[in-house]
Design a protein. Structure first.
Length: 249
């Protein structure tokens, strides 16, 4: 841990941590002295990811976790329970994008596309969080961050002139709107506990999903997730945030 802060005793799980915003989120959280459990679809990729972070002095441990696979989710929860007995931070980062770009013809969006995107961006988040909630309840200050998108904002989609008004991709957008509904419902349920649940819009970020056309670099793209993961006791819950600003649902 030479070049980083000393270990805080906190444990964070980041899904889809092998690249893009997830990798950078794990790096930035790890640099604060948090033990980061880096989840990737394959064991080999998870191990390579943990090795890269360990080489930077971060306490990173690999977890094989395809978020859509029930057996993987159960195994991840079991292993975290056995090793740590709690989970302080869950970053539901893994996500998939549209295969067709911004398809303005809503009738052309197939059932398969909607099911594929919802499987990862919505159903897997609900299932994984359910599996891990008992461990988050054991934390002194559990934090759940759901990686949403400004494209999930129904208010902005319905507002002519908003930055996303002309960028409509039904399956992806609806998956993030559903995820936002989950954030609101779970935050309500947990409002009398120390656990905070928020949706993050990272910005339009240069990743495989965001493409090279995106204006934001990855380090800045991870900042919203990191800030919501590190919220103090007075921080918000049940909100939709981007770089410290609240977004409309
Ligand atoms: P990315 O570079 O495409 O990375 C996506 C990550 O999710 C990869 O690690 C991928 O793993 C993982 N993943 C996908 N399906 C998975 C599954 N079933 N199980 C486990 N891992 C899975 O995307 P990103 O830009 O970093 O996006 C991260 C999050 O931010 C996503 O939820 C995205 O919707 C959201 N977001 C991104 C932007 C942007 O501009 N980039 C904007 C708004 C919101 P593999 O390598 O195995 O595919």
């Amino acid at each position: 841990m030479a070049q980083n802060a000393s270990n805080t005793g906190k444990v964070a799980l980041i899904t889809g941590a092998n690249r893009g915003i997830g990798f950078e989120t794990a790096k930035q959280l790890g640099e604060t002295g948090i033990t980061v459990l880096v989840a990737a679809r394959s064991r080999k990729t998870a191990e390579e990811t943990a090795s890269k972070l360990k080489a930077q002095g971060i306490d990173a441990q690999p977890i094989q976790l395809d978020v859509t696979n029930p057996a993987d989710r159960a195994a991840a929860a079991k292993s975290i329970a056995e090793k740590f007995g709690k989970l302080d931070i869950l970053i539901n980062n893994a996500g998939v994008g549209s295969s067709t770009g911004f398809a303005l013809v809503v009738a052309d969006v197939t059932d398969e596309e909607i099911q594929r995107i919802f499987a990862t961006n919505f159903f897997a988040v609900v299932s994984l969080t359910r599996e891990l909630l008992p461990l988050l309840r054991k934390s002194e200050a559990g934090r759940i961050v759901n990686l949403s998108s400004i494209l999930g904002s129904l208010t902005l989609h319905a507002t002519p002139g908003s930055p996303i008004y002309d960028f409509k991709s039904l399956a992806y957008d609806a998956s993030k709107s559903a995820l936002n509904a989950y954030t609101i419902h779970l935050a309500y349920e947990l409002k009398d506990t120390p656990i905070k649940v928020n949706s993050a819009h990272p910005g339009w970020v240069k990743t495989e999903m965001g493409t090279d056309a995106a204006p934001m670099e990855i380090p800045e793209g991870a900042q919203t997730s990191v800030a919501l993961a590190l919220l103090g006791p007075d921080g918000p819950t049940g909100q939709f945030m981007h770089l410290g600003q609240e977004l409309p649902w």
